[in-house]
Design a protein around this ligand. Structure first.
Ligand SMILES: [Zn+2]
Length: 455
């Protein structure tokens, strides 16, 4: 029971008679009647077909006519989550739709990367927090793909520019990384389980006590709560697994053990240390999300750069071993937007027609003859670098490594690369507005007002 929502598990329909007499008495005392059409009978043992539903309805008509209008279903919503067949998928369906709608909304805003990530963490990723307290996503792999698509879309990046680990580790460049949703959901469930640990343990003891000798051998051997024939872990069992870092939480155990200040996690019955200040979820998230981040960020960036440039170009490009840390040091002296454009260039985040697999493969939109609309060309494209170089009054380096800021980076070379990135995307979208991407060429580009964005 929670607020005015009441739910109960029935072993047989005849037990509804007891409930009916209680509700009849309540109606007399409070003058409040149960609205039968708003009540659900969930059949768990198998998905109810029309025949089974009719049989249950016939029983209601014969035995409790007051309740003949109860809805008979395979699943129904209770306190924001679904119970019954396919319950985890149904529970996540609503938040998933909300996630997609908010991703769409955020992707159409013109905010810079940092603002977008902050907004994403606050308004988009958080849509799963409520249901995640008691339900785990039924398809973790799909859930991660959904997240990856969402993050790329809001950051206006071509699909899969970042691996899932890189996506959760990009704060050295972007100042903030998108929240790791799986870890966030697990941390939300842990926090809820920890807050209710005493009650949950007691509830399980009561459930097993009630079952008594009717517990099946399989169930008894596992000392698990049975779940009416449904093929997934019961909510109570999931919460207890979270509390003990078992089941789907077991992979986090080594991480928890490696954090010296998380010893309280392995002692669920002990009170929380006062130094924690109630920040259970934040601490757990910090620990769990390490499993979703790059082990070696610099190495991941180098690997990504090879993919961006392709085998041939990357083989001929020499970069110092510590190029990532040297670049990050330089980026501390430029605006966050500049750093994000540099990052997006290094990870191949240019939405060229080649990268976006567009139907019409464009030539260089700045008019180079027989050069494709591809990132490798733009790193060398003379008209583009000339426009950028004139705008900033900085001479463009000739070598690719310096243009990419992987060799001897300076705030100026970072600004230049960022401006080249911005000019391309600005020119392409303006050119589309001026009469379709296919007509883009040197003439169309000359018509565009290329006042550079402030970098
Ligand atoms: Zn060109």
């Amino acid at each position: 029971m929670c607020a005015d929502d009441i739910g109960s598990a029935l072993r047989a329909l005849k037990h509804l008679n007891i409930q009916h007499s209680i509700f009849r008495m309540c109606a007399k005392v409070s003058a409040m009647e149960l609205k039968a059409t708003k009540c659900f009978l969930i059949v768990s043992i198998r998905e109810p077909d029309e025949h089974l539903k009719q049989a249950v309805r016939n029983w209601l008509v014969a035995n409790i006519p007051d309740w003949k209008d109860f809805q008979i279903a395979g699943a129904a919503k209770y306190l924001g989550g679904f119970l019954g067949h396919n319950a985890p998928a149904l529970t996540f369906q609503g938040p998933t739709e909300k996630f997609l709608a908010r991703v769409d909304e955020l992707s159409s805003s013109q905010a810079p990367s940092l603002g977008t990530i902050l907004r994403y963490n606050e308004r988009v990723a958080s849509v799963f927090s409520y249901v995640a307290q008691v339900t785990e996503h039924p398809d973790p792999k799909n859930f991660k793909s959904l997240e990856q698509r969402g993050v790329h879309k809001v950051l206006k990046l071509p699909p899969n520019c970042m691996s899932r680990q890189l996506m959760h580790s990009c704060e050295p460049f972007l100042l903030k990384a998108p929240v790791a949703i799986t870890s966030m959901c697990k941390a939300a469930m842990y926090r809820f389980a920890r807050a209710e640990s005493e009650f949950l343990t007691q509830l399980k003891a009561e459930v097993l006590g009630l079952l008594g000798e009717e517990q099946s051998v399989a169930g008894a051997s596992l000392v698990r709560v049975p779940f009416g024939g449904l093929p997934f872990t019961p909510i109570l069992e999931s919460l207890l697994e979270a509390l003990r870092i078992k089941g789907t939480f077991a992979p986090f155990e080594p991480l928890v053990k490696s954090c010296h200040d998380l010893s309280w996690v392995l002692c669920p019955s002990q009170p929380l240390p006062p130094s924690l200040g109630g920040k259970v979820q934040g601490k757990i998230y910090e620990c769990f999300s390490r499993s979703e981040r790059c082990v070696d960020f610099a190495q991941a960036m180098s690997r990504k750069l090879v993919v961006t440039l392709g085998d041939e170009v990357s083989r001929s490009l020499r970069v110092p071993a510590d190029w990532v840390s040297a670049l990050l040091e330089v980026l501390r002296n430029v605006r966050p937007h500049t750093a994000s454009c540099v990052f997006k260039s290094l990870i191949g985040g240019w939405t060229t027609s080649a990268r976006m697999h567009e139907h019409t493969r464009l030539p260089c939109i700045f008019g180079c003859r027989e050069q494709p609309d591809e990132i490798n060309h733009y790193f060398l494209c003379s008209p583009l670098w000339q426009i950028a170089s004139q705008s900033l009054q900085i001479e463009a380096p000739l070598g690719l490594a310096q243009r990419l800021c992987t060799e001897r980076p300076t705030p100026d070379s970072a600004r230049l690369l960022a401006l080249v990135f911005s000019l391309y995307h600005f020119a392409k979208s303006r050119a589309k507005e001026l009469g379709g991407a296919t007509s883009v060429g040197p003439n169309a580009v000359q018509k565009i007002d290329l006042r550079p964005p402030v970098l």
